[in-house]
Write a protein that binds this ligand. Structure first.
Ligand code: TYD
Length: 215
C-alpha cells in the first residue's frame, strides 16, 4: 500500500531549540525510505519567503502581521504542503498556525476570533471534506520558559524583530502555546525543552513512534 502523507509541525518560543531535532527527524524518516519535505513558516515558497522577510524585519501593526502570515500560509499550503501530502510524503514544518495564535494572538494581543476566521479561510482547501481544515497530524511543542529561552539566545546571531521582544512578550507566547495545547490535546505532544538534548530527542522520537509513523 502506498504511504499516506503525514504532516508534522514544530512549535515553541525562540530559543526552545527545535531546529536540530527537525533535521534529525527528517533523517530518521528518510532512513525508513520516506520522502521528506522539510519546510517552515512563514515561508516555504518563493512568495512566502518574501513575506517572511517583511514580517521578520519591518515594523507593522498586529493585524497586518496576521494577514501577512496567513497570506504566506495560503501560498505555502497550495504550492508546497498539499502537493507533498498528496504524493504521500512526510511534511515537517517549522511552525504553523499555532505560532500565529501564540505570537500574534497572545504575544501581540490581537483578536483571536479574527485569527480563527482567517484560519477557516486559509486552511479550508479543495479536496478536504466540507468544514474540515488542513491541520498538522501532530504538533510537537518544545515547551521552555521564557527566562531560560532568553538565556539560550544571549550571544546568538543578531535578533530578528520577534527575538528582540521583551521577556513579558515571550511569557505571553508560552501561555498561548499552553492554551492551544489544552484546546487540541490529541494533536499536541508537549516536550520539556529544558531537558538535555538527548532527552528531548528521545521525546521527539517517542511522540512520532507512538503514532506508528516510525518503527
Ligand atoms: P523561527 O521559526 O524562529 O526561525 P529562525 O529559527 O530562523 O529564527 O522564526 C520565525 C519567527 O516568526 C518567530 O519569531 C515566530 C514568528 N512567527 C509569528 O510571529 N507568527 C507566525 O504565524 C509564524 C509562523 C511565525
Amino acid at each position: 500500500m502506498a504511504n499516506s502523507g503525514v504532516f508534522i509541525s514544530f512549535e515553541g518560543i525562540d530559543g526552545a531549540g527545535k531546529s536540530t531535532h527537525i533535521e534529525g527527524l527528517a533523517e530518521a524518516f528518510r532512513a525508513q525510505g520516506r520522502v521528506v519535505t522539510l519546510t517552515r513558516e512563514p515561508g516555504g515558497t518563493p512568495l512566502a519567503e518574501k513575506l517572511r522577510a517583511i514580517v521578520l524585519n519591518d515594523t507593522m501593526d498586529a493585524m497586518t502581521e496576521a494577514l501577512l502570515v496567513f497570506a504566506a500560509r495560503r501560498d505555502h499550503l497550495q504550492q508546497c504542503i498539499e502537493p507533498a501530502l498528496a504524493r504521500g510524503e512526510v511534511v515537517l514544518c517549522d511552525r504553523f498556525t499555532d505560532a500565529t495564535f501564540a505570537y500574534q494572538g497572545y504575544g501581540r494581543g490581537f483578536d483571536r476570533q479574527v485569527l480563527s476566521v482567517l484560519e477557516r479561510w486559509v486552511q479550508a482547501l479543495p479536496g478536504l471534506p466540507e468544514q474540515a481544515l488542513r491541520q498538522p497530524d501532530l504538533t510537537i511543542w518544545f515547551d521552555l520558559n521564557a527566562e531560560l529561552a532568553a538565556r539560550r539566545l544571549v550571544g546568538a546571531r543578531h535578533p530578528d524583530k520577534f527575538e528582540a521582544q521583551p521577556l513579558e512578550f515571550f511569557r505571553r507566547v508560552v501561555a498561548g502555546y499552553a492554551a492551544r495545547a489544552a484546546e487540541f490535546p490529541k494533536r499536541f505532544a508537549r516536550i520539556d525543552a529544558a531537558a538535555s538534548r538527548e532527552a528531548v530527542w528521545q521525546d521527539v522520537l517517542d511522540a512520532v513512534k507512538s503514532r506508528g509513523w516510525l518503527a
